[in-house]
Ligand binder design. Structure first.
Ligand SMILES: [Zn+2]
Length: 617
């Protein structure tokens, strides 16, 4: 089943509309995709011109979007739209009729626009509504500087359609221009060529010359400033954060050079990062030319910057070679984690990379344990038909994908594997990839070429982890584990050994606290290291998880946890803590905090926590 659907699709020749006397045959370029109403094989968007006003008072975006389109005399084009008010539509400048299809809770509505045989462009006049899921409007109080409001968008996976009517499938690519008007005091930036200074009139013009998938169209508006790191890299942040962010990400240019060294020239000219207010739902989002990042990685010691390596790696895996459907999400994320680890190794050595890899393996083991009743969810290739693609955005795609590629690398040898990957990115640049196409390419260009046998299908189409997985070791982590064993017996710990610990060692220590550790022992550790007041958000998060599970309530920990949940909106962090509360029979407490915290969360986070806690509003 898995293989056959795409093979079938590719062998099908579709017939163009019956308006021409001679039926013209066009081979299907796009695969079937369940998360978009668009039928790009019939009529497809190619270039977007966006012209909008960002209205902070009404909390809407309003204006028009025009597309240059391609089709073989199709009589309609279908776009995706969700929670938008479509005011009117024009083709080649003249009004035309349109209609919206039935509302689907996941996908929204199909927007059908009538075309004439020679139609080249469509324009849609629209505005967003208060249900729009991609947009998060933040009050001044929710920002770092607390003086101006902030707006951010999150397009992945299928949210771009909630702020722009568009064909919202990852296998499409558009170039775009945008004119965005914002209040005078604020600056706008997009996944495009960006301004470095505030415009006096509040009008910003953007150009994105490289074609990108719609989920990568992004906008942020706030009282932000820019500081360059090198001619090709730099950071945007609110003013009070700018210096800290600049310090934290000082190695960005080195990362870029290391990445190019591994897998070829960076295709997007500029690589900047914007650090957003804490309610941003993800660690980072790889919007081309301008990664969006959470402030929770600003630790003051550059210890959490593997996030930047990850988003940078997406400039190849994801943005340049893009998953064709969300069932193939592991092609975006597994490759990116592998690439991220290689960048980290190039910059900071094998030790650090292996610690990160082992943390990834622990995440994976926990995820697989969580899916023990639904083992099909641990396949790399997913089947998300009828589900929100968000359901597939878990450790399987990332960490099992990584382990598959690392195992493959060790089997064929690094030199051959690197050559293979470099060519893979070059050959498929600015196009999409699906699992079966990747397997065929892998067989031909790596395995058969070097006469290597490998259980690729088992890794991709079966549950759990195959037995030939790479063995990853870290001496530093072994010391950490031994210290925990000793502490369990003696209640004492050699503090001097912890003095030089990296964040990764602390995280490993805390995450591996055994279930049997007593509340009294937790208190001893907290007294020694004051982990309840850890400044590093990652260490804090894993510590809170343990405190909840060990029923520990001293040293102001309950207040710390509540404050954290009230200010941070990063989905991974807050869902870890709410899960711990839920599983420790503290569901009522979780709900009590959640009711207060929910308005601070982006819809992406709120949707997940609603589901987790059974919250219905
Ligand atoms: Zn990623």
């Amino acid at each position: 089943m898995k293989n056959s659907i795409y093979l079938l699709l590719f062998s099908i020749l579709i017939l163009s509309s019956c308006t021409t006397k001679q039926k013209e045959e066009v081979s299907a370029k796009y695969v079937e995709e369940f998360h978009s109403f668009a039928q790009p094989n019939k009529a497809v968007i190619k270039h977007m011109d966006l012209d909008v006003i960002v209205d902070f008072d009404k909390q809407i975006i309003k204006g028009k979007v025009s597309y240059q389109i391609e089709h073989q005399e199709a009589n309609e084009i279908i776009l995706d739209s969700k929670f938008l008010n479509i005011e009117k539509v024009a083709i080649d400048g003249a009004p035309t009729t349109f209609h919206l299809g039935r509302m689907d809770q996941q996908l929204g509505q199909a927007l059908h626009i009538k075309l004439k045989p020679k139609t080249k462009a469509i324009t849609i006049y629209y505005e967003t509504t208060n249900q729009t899921e991609a947009l998060q409007w933040l009050s001044p109080q929710q920002t770092a500087d607390k003086t101006h409001p902030f707006l951010l968008t999150q397009g992945q996976a299928i949210l771009t359609r909630t702020w722009i009517p568009i064909q919202d499938s990852p296998q499409l690519r558009v170039t775009y221009n945008a004119k965005v008007q914002v209040p005078n005091a604020l600056m706008a930036v997009m996944s495009a060529e960006n301004p470095k200074e505030r415009a006096i009139d509040g009008i910003y013009n953007f150009k994105m010359r490289q074609a990108i998938s719609p989920y990568l169209i992004a906008l942020a508006v706030g009282d932000i400033a820019y500081k360059s790191i090198s001619p090709q890299t730099g950071v945007y942040a609110e003013k009070s954060m700018l210096e800290k962010v600049h310090y934290e990400f000082a190695d960005m240019d080195k990362m870029l050079k290391a990445a190019e060294n591994l897998y070829g020239t960076y295709a997007w000219d500029q690589f900047d990062v914007i650090v957003l207010p804490p309610s941003f739902p993800f660690g980072g989002m790889e919007n081309p030319r301008l990664t969006f990042a959470t402030p929770t990685v600003i630790a003051g010691d550059r210890s959490l910057t593997s996030l930047v390596a990850h988003e940078l790696a997406h400039s190849w895996s994801g943005n340049l070679v893009t998953n064709a459907t969300w069932d193939d999400f592991w092609l975006n994320e597994g490759f990116t984690v592998y690439f991220e680890m290689r960048i980290m190794e190039a910059l900071y050595g094998k030790d650090r990379a292996n610690m990160l890899a082992l943390i990834s393996q622990q995440d994976l083991a926990e995820e697989i344990e969580g899916f023990k009743e639904e083992p099909e969810k641990t396949h790399l290739k997913l089947n998300l038909k009828g589900h929100n693609p968000d359901d597939g955005m878990n450790s399987i795609a990332y960490d099992k994908g990584y382990l598959f590629l690392r195992t493959l690398e060790e089997k064929v040898g690094r030199e051959k594997f690197d050559q293979f990957l470099k060519t893979y990115f070059e050959k498929h640049a600015f196009s999409t990839m699906y699992t079966e196409k990747f397997i065929a390419y892998l067989n031909k260009e790596l395995l058969e070429k070097h006469q290597v046998t490998f259980n690729t299908e088992e890794w991709i189409y079966q549950a759990g982890i195959p037995s030939n997985k790479a063995i990853i070791e870290s001496d530093k982590f072994q010391i950490v584990e031994q210290m925990l064993v000793d502490f369990m017996k003696t209640n004492t710990i050699n503090e001097s050994l912890t003095k030089a610990w990296t964040t990764q060692e602390w995280v490993h220590f805390v995450r591996n606290i055994p279930k049997e550790m007593t509340t009294k022992q937790i208190a001893i550790l907290d007294k020694k290291f004051d982990l309840s007041h850890a400044k590093n958000s990652y260490i804090a998060m894993v510590w809170y998880d343990q405190c909840i599970r060990h029923n520990y309530h001293e040293n102001g920990i309950d207040q710390q946890i509540e404050t954290f949940l009230m200010t941070v909106g990063r989905r991974w962090y807050v869902s870890t803590i709410y899960t711990a509360l839920k599983e420790s029979e503290q569901q009522d407490k979780a709900l009590e905090i959640y009711k207060k915290a929910r308005p601070n969360y982006h819809m992406v986070t709120a949707n997940s926590i609603d589901k987790l806690l059974g919250y219905k509003g």
